[in-house]
Design a binder for this molecule. Structure first.
Ligand code: G3H
Ligand code: 13P
Ligand code: NA
Ligand code: ZN
Length: 328
């Protein structure tokens, strides 16, 4: 059944778990996420980015998610629009039937330029008024995502500030977060706490303090009723990097956010954990390996089926690690 983000995250907060929010662009991702949720009895957040709408087209995306709900009627599903760059984008998603939207007013309409607090409040508040009138939840974002190690926003996938960020820009201010939530009425707030989008988060193996856990604690203490969202939460599995590179890929040494640190975040109010890159890496590794080992194969269903298996394994692991398993 389709449910709102608020309904799901209220339940998650009450029971102390986190929900992975996976990006969807195609049938294989949708199927992997749903089969994993079915196998572990987990609730689902599927999110579509602007890039996904460009790739698949809004009608195909909407009907893919509708098909998932039809085939798995016992699994609660949130259909979320990721990184809306304007109230207009969010309005169209609400009209399309999304049950949750993100207004990312930390960046301008180009999805790159950091914007000031007043702009962010104005656009986010506009979306909250529109969305809440329709029973749709809203996620806002305050602060600029960036790796505390590299100072980079990780904008290679087109989402994130351009250039190098200061340490303070990359950490959401707890007082400002409290003001922002009061001024906008958002249901969930994406915070900057040391993560960044994409595969290149850290150049060295992460130590225990990859994430600014203290900052998460301080923010949660100020706004305990607002669900915290962690973007850029892929763990960048080293096994998949090795497979990609073994079968012709060229991905330099890189590291993601350790699952244990995400679990620590969940203990301090993080409820929605955005993951896209890990499923991309697993798909690419699975396809490269399959085609290298089966050079005479030309039925795309064969190499696409292995992507479903690879992605499903990661989804199962995250549902279990974040405590969502058994909560559907
Ligand atoms: O937040 C970013 C997601 O990874 C979506 O990326 O715009 O390439 O679909 P995308
Ligand atoms: P990753 O690039 O770490 O998977 O993050 C995805 C994300 O935050 C989508 O909004
Ligand atoms: Na989002
Ligand atoms: Zn994001």
């Amino acid at each position: 059944a389709l449910i709102s983000m608020r309904q799901l995250l209220d339940h998650a907060a009450e029971h102390g778990y986190g929900v992975p929010a996976f990006n969807v662009n195609n049938l294989e991702q949708t199927r992997a996420i749903m089969e994993a949720a079915d196998a572990t009895n987990s609730p689902v957040i599927m999110q579509a980015s602007a890039g996904a709408r460009k790739y698949a087209g809004a009608p195909f995306l909407r009907h893919l998610i509708a098909a998932a709900i039809e085939e798995f009627p016992h699994i609660p599903v949130v259909m979320h629009q990721d990184h809306g760059v304007s109230p207009g984008v969010c309005q169209r998603s609400i009209q399309l039937g999304f049950s949750s939207v993100m207004m990312d007013g930390s960046l301008g309409e180009d999805g790159k330029t950091p914007m000031d607090y007043d702009y962010n409040v104005a656009v986010t508040r506009t979306v909250v008024e529109m969305a809440h009138a329709c029973g749709v939840s809203v996620e806002g974002e305050l602060g600029c995502l960036g790796s505390l190690e590299t100072g980079q926003a990780g904008e290679e996938d087109g989402v994130g500030a351009e250039g190098t960020l200061s340490h303070e820009q990359m950490l959401t201010d707890p007082e400002e977060a409290a003001m922002f939530v009061r001024a906008t009425g958002v249901d969930a707030l994406a915070i900057a706490c040391g993560t960044s989008h994409g595969a290149y988060k850290f150049s060295r193996p992460p130590t225990g303090d990859t994430l600014a856990i203290d900052r998460i604690k301080q923010i949660h203490a100020r706004i305990p009723d607002t669900h915290l969202v962690m973007h850029g939460s892929s763990s960048v599995p080293q096994e998949w990097l090795a497979i990609i590179n073994e079968f012709g890929g060229q991905i330099p040494e890189t590291y993601g956010v350790p699952v244990e640190q995400i679990q620590e975040g969940i203990r301090h109010g993080v409820r929605k954990i955005n993951i896209d890159t890990d499923l991309r890496l697993a798909s690419t590794g699975a396809v490269r390996r399959f085609l290298a080992q089966n050079p005479a194969e030309f039925d795309p269903r064969k190499f696409l089926a292995v992507t479903v298996t690879a992605m499903k394994e990661i989804c199962v692991a995250r549902y279990e690690a974040f405590g969502a398993a058994g909560q559907a």
